[in-house]
Ligand binder design. Sequence first.
Ligand code: ADP
Length: 298
Amino acid sequence: DLLVVGSANADLVIGVERRPDPGETVLGSDLAVHPGGKGANQAVAAARLGARTALLARVGDDAHGRLLLDSLRGAGVDTVGVLVGGAPTGVALITVDSGGDNAIVVSPGANGLLTPADARAATSLFHASRVVSAQLEIPLETVVDVVRALPPETRFVLNASPPRALPAEVLAACDPLIVNEHEARVLLGGSRVGEDPADWARILLAKGPRAVVVTLGARGALVASRDGVAHVPALDVTPVDTTGAGDAFTAALAWRLSRGEPLVEAAAYAARVGAATVTRRGAQASFPTARDVAAARS
Ligand code: ADP
Protein backbone atom coordinates (compact mmCIF):
# COMPACT_ATOMS: atom_id res chain seq x y z
CA ASP A 1 0.00 0.00 0.00
CA LEU A 2 2.80 2.38 0.96
CA LEU A 3 6.25 2.82 -0.56
CA VAL A 4 8.75 4.95 1.34
CA VAL A 5 11.75 6.22 -0.64
CA GLY A 6 14.49 7.57 1.57
CA SER A 7 17.48 7.30 3.81
CA ALA A 8 18.69 4.65 6.20
CA ASN A 9 21.34 5.58 8.77
CA ALA A 10 22.97 4.11 11.82
CA ASP A 11 22.64 6.61 14.68
CA LEU A 12 25.78 6.48 16.86
CA VAL A 13 25.02 8.25 20.12
CA ILE A 14 27.39 9.25 22.93
CA GLY A 15 26.40 11.24 25.99
CA VAL A 16 28.92 13.90 27.04
CA GLU A 17 29.19 16.34 29.93
CA ARG A 18 30.22 18.98 27.40
CA ARG A 19 31.52 18.90 23.80
CA PRO A 20 35.29 19.08 23.19
CA ASP A 21 36.87 22.27 21.87
CA PRO A 22 38.99 21.87 18.69
CA GLY A 23 42.06 19.74 19.53
CA GLU A 24 40.59 18.58 22.84
CA THR A 25 39.43 15.09 23.88
CA VAL A 26 36.61 14.41 26.33
CA LEU A 27 35.29 11.13 27.68
CA GLY A 28 31.68 10.17 27.08
CA SER A 29 29.17 7.47 27.89
CA ASP A 30 29.05 4.01 26.33
CA LEU A 31 28.22 4.11 22.63
CA ALA A 32 24.60 3.37 21.67
CA VAL A 33 23.91 2.32 18.07
CA HIS A 34 20.33 2.71 16.80
CA PRO A 35 18.73 2.17 13.40
CA GLY A 36 17.63 5.55 12.00
CA GLY A 37 17.43 7.82 8.98
CA LYS A 38 14.14 9.41 8.00
CA GLY A 39 13.31 6.85 5.29
CA ALA A 40 13.89 3.82 7.49
CA ASN A 41 12.17 5.51 10.44
CA GLN A 42 9.05 6.35 8.42
CA ALA A 43 8.88 2.84 6.96
CA VAL A 44 9.16 1.29 10.42
CA ALA A 45 6.59 3.72 11.86
CA ALA A 46 4.06 2.88 9.13
CA ALA A 47 4.61 -0.87 9.40
CA ARG A 48 4.23 -0.74 13.18
CA LEU A 49 0.81 0.86 12.71
CA GLY A 50 -0.14 -2.04 10.47
CA ALA A 51 0.55 -0.58 7.01
CA ARG A 52 1.84 -2.86 4.28
CA THR A 53 5.06 -0.94 3.69
CA ALA A 54 8.07 -1.24 1.40
CA LEU A 55 11.27 0.83 1.54
CA LEU A 56 13.42 1.90 -1.41
CA ALA A 57 16.80 2.83 0.06
CA ARG A 58 20.51 1.99 -0.07
CA VAL A 59 22.75 0.73 2.73
CA GLY A 60 26.36 -0.46 2.77
CA ASP A 61 27.50 -4.08 2.83
CA ASP A 62 28.49 -3.74 6.48
CA ALA A 63 27.33 -4.26 10.05
CA HIS A 64 25.31 -1.03 10.11
CA GLY A 65 23.50 -2.08 6.94
CA ARG A 66 22.64 -5.42 8.53
CA LEU A 67 21.39 -3.65 11.67
CA LEU A 68 19.04 -1.59 9.50
CA LEU A 69 17.81 -4.56 7.49
CA ASP A 70 17.14 -6.44 10.74
CA SER A 71 15.13 -3.59 12.27
CA LEU A 72 13.13 -3.10 9.06
CA ARG A 73 12.33 -6.80 8.77
CA GLY A 74 11.55 -6.99 12.48
CA ALA A 75 8.91 -4.31 11.99
CA GLY A 76 7.50 -6.13 8.96
CA VAL A 77 8.79 -3.76 6.26
CA ASP A 78 9.27 -5.28 2.78
CA THR A 79 13.01 -4.86 2.10
CA VAL A 80 13.25 -6.04 -1.53
CA GLY A 81 13.86 -2.40 -2.42
CA VAL A 82 16.71 -1.96 0.05
CA LEU A 83 19.81 -2.01 -2.15
CA VAL A 84 23.15 -3.01 -0.64
CA GLY A 85 26.66 -1.81 -1.41
CA GLY A 86 28.65 0.92 -3.14
CA ALA A 87 29.55 2.90 0.00
CA PRO A 88 29.38 2.49 3.76
CA THR A 89 25.94 2.73 5.38
CA GLY A 90 25.01 6.30 6.22
CA VAL A 91 25.88 7.33 9.77
CA ALA A 92 24.71 10.06 12.12
CA LEU A 93 27.31 10.81 14.82
CA ILE A 94 25.34 12.28 17.69
CA THR A 95 26.60 13.76 20.94
CA VAL A 96 24.02 14.56 23.59
CA ASP A 97 25.23 17.01 26.24
CA SER A 98 24.15 17.28 29.87
CA GLY A 99 21.54 19.89 28.88
CA GLY A 100 19.95 17.37 26.51
CA ASP A 101 21.02 19.24 23.35
CA ASN A 102 22.11 17.17 20.34
CA ALA A 103 25.01 17.98 18.01
CA ILE A 104 24.96 15.82 14.90
CA VAL A 105 27.35 15.07 12.02
CA VAL A 106 25.81 13.05 9.17
CA SER A 107 27.84 11.00 6.70
CA PRO A 108 25.33 10.17 3.94
CA GLY A 109 27.39 7.23 2.64
CA ALA A 110 25.21 4.83 0.64
CA ASN A 111 22.21 7.19 0.83
CA GLY A 112 24.08 9.46 -1.56
CA LEU A 113 24.25 6.60 -4.06
CA LEU A 114 20.49 6.00 -4.24
CA THR A 115 20.23 7.09 -7.85
CA PRO A 116 17.49 8.09 -10.28
CA ALA A 117 18.22 4.76 -12.02
CA ASP A 118 17.42 2.94 -8.76
CA ALA A 119 14.07 4.75 -8.63
CA ARG A 120 13.32 3.90 -12.26
CA ALA A 121 14.26 0.24 -11.69
CA ALA A 122 11.72 -0.06 -8.88
CA THR A 123 8.63 0.17 -11.10
CA SER A 124 6.95 -2.90 -9.62
CA LEU A 125 7.16 -1.32 -6.15
CA PHE A 126 5.67 1.90 -7.51
CA HIS A 127 2.80 0.05 -9.14
CA ALA A 128 2.05 -1.90 -5.96
CA SER A 129 1.66 1.33 -3.93
CA ARG A 130 -1.25 3.73 -3.53
CA VAL A 131 1.02 6.25 -1.85
CA VAL A 132 4.73 6.93 -2.35
CA SER A 133 6.40 9.09 0.29
CA ALA A 134 9.87 10.62 0.33
CA GLN A 135 12.06 12.92 2.41
CA LEU A 136 15.19 14.87 1.45
CA GLU A 137 18.09 12.83 2.92
CA ILE A 138 18.70 11.32 -0.56
CA PRO A 139 19.87 13.10 -3.74
CA LEU A 140 17.33 15.62 -5.02
CA GLU A 141 17.67 14.20 -8.56
CA THR A 142 16.40 10.90 -7.20
CA VAL A 143 13.35 12.61 -5.72
CA VAL A 144 12.73 14.21 -9.12
CA ASP A 145 12.84 10.79 -10.76
CA VAL A 146 10.54 9.34 -8.11
CA VAL A 147 7.99 11.98 -9.08
CA ARG A 148 8.44 11.12 -12.76
CA ALA A 149 8.06 7.38 -12.06
CA LEU A 150 4.73 7.78 -10.24
CA PRO A 151 1.88 5.83 -11.84
CA PRO A 152 -1.11 8.11 -12.56
CA GLU A 153 -3.22 6.87 -9.62
CA THR A 154 -0.39 7.01 -7.06
CA ARG A 155 -0.38 9.82 -4.54
CA PHE A 156 2.94 11.48 -3.60
CA VAL A 157 3.71 12.69 -0.09
CA LEU A 158 6.88 14.68 0.56
CA ASN A 159 8.31 15.43 3.99
CA ALA A 160 10.72 18.25 3.06
CA SER A 161 13.29 17.35 5.70
CA PRO A 162 16.05 18.45 5.82
CA PRO A 163 14.66 21.47 3.99
CA ARG A 164 16.03 22.73 0.68
CA ALA A 165 14.72 24.59 -2.36
CA LEU A 166 12.53 22.31 -4.49
CA PRO A 167 11.99 22.27 -8.26
CA ALA A 168 8.49 23.26 -9.41
CA GLU A 169 7.98 19.75 -10.78
CA VAL A 170 8.45 18.22 -7.32
CA LEU A 171 6.31 20.85 -5.56
CA ALA A 172 3.47 20.31 -8.04
CA ALA A 173 3.42 16.57 -7.27
CA CYS A 174 3.15 16.95 -3.45
CA ASP A 175 -0.22 15.90 -2.06
CA PRO A 176 0.62 16.96 0.60
CA LEU A 177 3.95 18.66 1.26
CA ILE A 178 4.67 18.14 4.99
CA VAL A 179 6.94 20.50 6.93
CA ASN A 180 7.53 21.46 10.54
CA GLU A 181 7.93 25.11 11.56
CA HIS A 182 11.67 25.22 10.91
CA GLU A 183 11.31 23.58 7.50
CA ALA A 184 8.46 25.92 6.58
CA ARG A 185 10.63 28.95 7.33
CA VAL A 186 13.49 27.62 5.19
CA LEU A 187 11.20 26.81 2.24
CA LEU A 188 9.64 30.25 2.51
CA GLY A 189 13.18 31.61 2.30
CA GLY A 190 13.20 35.22 1.32
CA SER A 191 9.42 35.61 1.30
CA ARG A 192 8.26 38.27 3.73
CA VAL A 193 6.04 36.30 6.04
CA GLY A 194 4.72 37.08 9.48
CA GLU A 195 4.54 34.79 12.48
CA ASP A 196 1.18 33.19 11.66
CA PRO A 197 1.69 29.56 10.52
CA ALA A 198 -1.64 29.70 8.68
CA ASP A 199 -0.07 32.35 6.43
CA TRP A 200 2.99 30.13 5.89
CA ALA A 201 0.72 27.26 4.89
CA ARG A 202 -1.16 29.46 2.42
CA ILE A 203 2.03 30.86 0.89
CA LEU A 204 3.55 27.37 0.56
CA LEU A 205 0.33 26.15 -1.07
CA ALA A 206 0.60 28.96 -3.61
CA LYS A 207 4.01 27.59 -4.64
CA GLY A 208 2.27 24.63 -6.29
CA PRO A 209 1.60 21.66 -3.99
CA ARG A 210 -1.92 20.21 -4.03
CA ALA A 211 -1.96 20.44 -0.25
CA VAL A 212 0.37 21.50 2.58
CA VAL A 213 0.62 20.24 6.16
CA VAL A 214 2.58 22.30 8.71
CA THR A 215 3.24 20.43 11.95
CA LEU A 216 3.39 22.60 15.06
CA GLY A 217 4.64 20.29 17.80
CA ALA A 218 2.44 20.53 20.90
CA ARG A 219 0.09 22.84 18.97
CA GLY A 220 -0.90 20.12 16.47
CA ALA A 221 -0.87 20.79 12.74
CA LEU A 222 -2.37 22.91 9.98
CA VAL A 223 -3.75 21.46 6.76
CA ALA A 224 -3.97 23.81 3.79
CA SER A 225 -5.75 22.87 0.58
CA ARG A 226 -8.16 24.37 -1.94
CA ASP A 227 -10.78 24.09 0.82
CA GLY A 228 -8.86 26.52 3.05
CA VAL A 229 -6.76 26.03 6.17
CA ALA A 230 -7.88 23.60 8.88
CA HIS A 231 -6.30 23.27 12.33
CA VAL A 232 -5.77 19.77 13.70
CA PRO A 233 -5.37 19.88 17.48
CA ALA A 234 -2.64 17.99 19.33
CA LEU A 235 -3.36 15.48 22.05
CA ASP A 236 -2.49 16.77 25.51
CA VAL A 237 0.39 14.51 26.56
CA THR A 238 3.50 14.87 28.71
CA PRO A 239 6.41 14.70 26.26
CA VAL A 240 9.39 12.59 27.32
CA ASP A 241 11.44 12.72 24.08
CA THR A 242 10.22 14.41 20.89
CA THR A 243 12.65 12.48 18.64
CA GLY A 244 10.80 10.82 15.79
CA ALA A 245 7.53 12.78 16.15
CA GLY A 246 7.74 14.20 12.64
CA ASP A 247 8.65 10.82 11.16
CA ALA A 248 5.75 9.12 12.95
CA PHE A 249 3.35 11.87 11.85
CA THR A 250 4.38 11.63 8.19
CA ALA A 251 4.23 7.82 8.17
CA ALA A 252 0.78 7.76 9.76
CA LEU A 253 -0.54 10.40 7.39
CA ALA A 254 0.78 8.57 4.31
CA TRP A 255 -0.70 5.30 5.51
CA ARG A 256 -4.15 6.73 6.20
CA LEU A 257 -4.15 8.47 2.81
CA SER A 258 -3.31 5.13 1.18
CA ARG A 259 -6.51 3.78 2.76
CA GLY A 260 -8.49 6.55 1.08
CA GLU A 261 -9.06 8.70 4.16
CA PRO A 262 -9.61 12.44 3.58
CA LEU A 263 -6.55 14.59 4.31
CA VAL A 264 -7.83 16.37 7.43
CA GLU A 265 -8.95 13.09 9.03
CA ALA A 266 -5.65 11.45 8.14
CA ALA A 267 -3.82 14.40 9.74
CA ALA A 268 -5.92 14.08 12.91
CA TYR A 269 -4.91 10.42 13.17
CA ALA A 270 -1.28 11.34 12.46
CA ALA A 271 -1.39 13.88 15.30
CA ARG A 272 -2.46 11.09 17.69
CA VAL A 273 0.45 8.99 16.44
CA GLY A 274 2.86 11.92 16.91
CA ALA A 275 1.58 12.45 20.43
CA ALA A 276 2.00 8.77 21.33
CA THR A 277 5.56 8.89 19.96
CA VAL A 278 6.67 11.78 22.20
CA THR A 279 5.62 9.88 25.32
CA ARG A 280 8.44 7.35 24.79
CA ARG A 281 12.21 7.58 24.42
CA GLY A 282 14.09 6.99 21.18
CA ALA A 283 13.16 7.14 17.50
CA GLN A 284 12.13 3.74 16.12
CA ALA A 285 11.73 2.41 19.66
CA SER A 286 9.08 5.06 20.36
CA PHE A 287 6.74 4.40 17.41
CA PRO A 288 3.31 3.18 18.54
CA THR A 289 1.13 0.36 17.25
CA ALA A 290 -2.44 1.12 16.16
CA ARG A 291 -3.56 -0.32 19.50
CA ASP A 292 -1.29 2.11 21.41
CA VAL A 293 -2.78 4.98 19.40
CA ALA A 294 -6.33 3.88 20.15
CA ALA A 295 -5.45 3.74 23.86
CA ALA A 296 -3.96 7.27 23.87
CA ARG A 297 -6.22 9.73 25.66
CA SER A 298 -7.86 12.38 23.50
P1 ADP B 1 9.23 17.46 14.09
O1 ADP B 1 9.49 16.24 14.93
O2 ADP B 1 9.48 17.25 12.63
O3 ADP B 1 9.85 18.72 14.61
P2 ADP B 1 6.70 18.29 15.28
O4 ADP B 1 7.46 18.63 16.51
O5 ADP B 1 5.85 19.35 14.67
O6 ADP B 1 7.64 17.69 14.14
O7 ADP B 1 5.78 17.03 15.65
C1 ADP B 1 5.00 16.34 14.70
C2 ADP B 1 3.62 16.08 15.26
O8 ADP B 1 3.72 15.27 16.44
C3 ADP B 1 2.87 17.34 15.70
O9 ADP B 1 2.13 17.88 14.61
C4 ADP B 1 1.96 16.80 16.79
O10 ADP B 1 0.79 16.26 16.22
C5 ADP B 1 2.79 15.69 17.42
N1 ADP B 1 3.51 16.22 18.59
C6 ADP B 1 4.79 16.64 18.63
N2 ADP B 1 5.12 17.11 19.86
C7 ADP B 1 3.99 16.97 20.62
C8 ADP B 1 3.65 17.28 21.99
N3 ADP B 1 4.54 17.82 22.83
N4 ADP B 1 2.39 17.00 22.40
C9 ADP B 1 1.49 16.45 21.58
N5 ADP B 1 1.73 16.16 20.29
C10 ADP B 1 2.97 16.41 19.80
